[in-house]
Ligand binder design. Structure first.
Ligand code: CUA
Length: 350
């Protein structure tokens, strides 16, 4: 059969729709099956949120099925038929009006009670004894994580021990940000001049993706981070490595020594000097950018958007605002040799 023009245009429309949908479906198949799914909770707090969500989905399903059934029934039963006279006008029906007032009110009670219970559970929690304290500072556009009791400061990668309660105390260095790790916790705003808190216990080791969840400027979408929930022993060795002080300079490697010099160099304007913004223990004390004392031990750079390897570091150093639009780290005129030296030096800061 020869397809009609109408048939051909339908085929084309279906093909176009599939072409648009295919990437969306394929994006979902990227290794980690649940990178940011709150339906696969990995902490007690996220499990409470997931339970609530599932209860509400059940109620929403009941409402949907009943309402749609009534709509279909009404449409079929009372549709116009040939020769049918105009139906009589009716004003009010006490029984039906009572039903459609009372039934939603009852359903809302069934939704409101578990919702409030979950809110109070998550908000009113105090940290149990032995909870790990972490201070979180949101910056445009990266995350700082400090462990005051352990004297450790890191960026964009939060390490937590599996099975131990943790209390995050959040604030901001500039505008409002929001910390969100869908598999571990609900969203929590980070606000300048205020401390917000959240308490939870991660229950399975793994790497969980987080994301700033409050629009905070040009690179809001590039304000990512990772939470590494470490199995017993792994967290302790990470802490020991972070506390281990600054790595000695590999004097046999000329590039590393050059990188050390380039890092310390005072450039003009002063904001073009690495040491103006970054701290490396024993070298500099800048607090505007991430602490780089152990930058080589991290897996990502620049708000979690670049992998922390030679290529990623070189790309970042060559043009920060090109990688992360609006980046407060300026583009600094560096020679290829200086970039290679800084890459070697930073990678040696383990
Ligand atoms: Cu920080 Cu959005």
């Amino acid at each position: 059969m020869v397809p009609t023009p109408r048939g051909r245009s339908v085929t084309r429309a279906v093909a176009a729709l599939l072409a648009v949908l295919a990437p969306v479906v394929l994006v979902a198949c990227n290794g980690d099956p649940y990178p940011q799914s709150s339906l696969h909770p990995a902490s007690d707090g996220a499990t409470a949120i997931d339970d609530l969500y599932r209860q509400i989905v059940i109620w929403a399903t009941v409402v949907f099925v009943v309402v749609e059934a009534l709509v279909l029934y009404t449409v079929m039963r009372f549709r116009a038929r040939p020769g049918q006279p105009e139906p009589a006008a009716v004003h009010g029906n006490t029984v039906i009006e009572l039903l459609w007032t009372v039934a939603p009110a009852v359903i809302l009670v069934f939704i409101a009670v578990p919702t409030m219970r979950t809110i109070f559970l998550l908000d009113g929690r105090t940290a149990p004894d032995g909870a790990l304290e972490v201070e979180v500072v949101g910056h445009q556009w990266w995350w700082e994580f400090r462990y005051p009791a352990l004297n450790v400061t890191t960026a964009n990668e939060l390490h937590l021990p599996e099975g131990r309660p943790v209390r995050l105390t959040m604030t901001s260095a500039d505008v409002i940000h929001a910390l969100w790790v869908p598999r571990l916790m609900g969203k929590r705003d980070a606000i300048l001049g205020r401390n917000t808190r959240i308490v939870f216990t991660p229950d399975s080791a793994g790497t969980y993706l987080g994301q700033c969840a409050e629009f905070c400027g040009t690179s809001h979408a590039n304000m990512r981070f990772r939470v590494m929930v470490d199995a017993s022993g792994v967290f302790e060795s990470w802490v020991a490595a972070q506390q281990g002080g600054v790595a000695p300079l590999d004097t046999a490697n000329a590039l590393v020594a050059e990188g050390d010099t380039a890092f310390r160099r005072i450039r003009l304007p002063a904001s073009n000097s690495c040491i103006a913004c970054h701290a490396i223990q024993g070298v500099s004390g800048g607090v505007l950018g991430p602490n780089l004392t152990h930058v080589g031990s991290r897996t990502t750079l620049a708000g979690g958007i670049l992998s922390n390897d030679s290529a990623g570091l070189a790309r970042w150093l060559a043009n920060p605002p090109g990688e992360k639009p609006g980046s407060l780290m300026p583009r600094i005129e560096l020679t290829p040799r200086e970039i290679a030296a800084l890459v070697a030096y930073l990678e040696s800061r383990q």
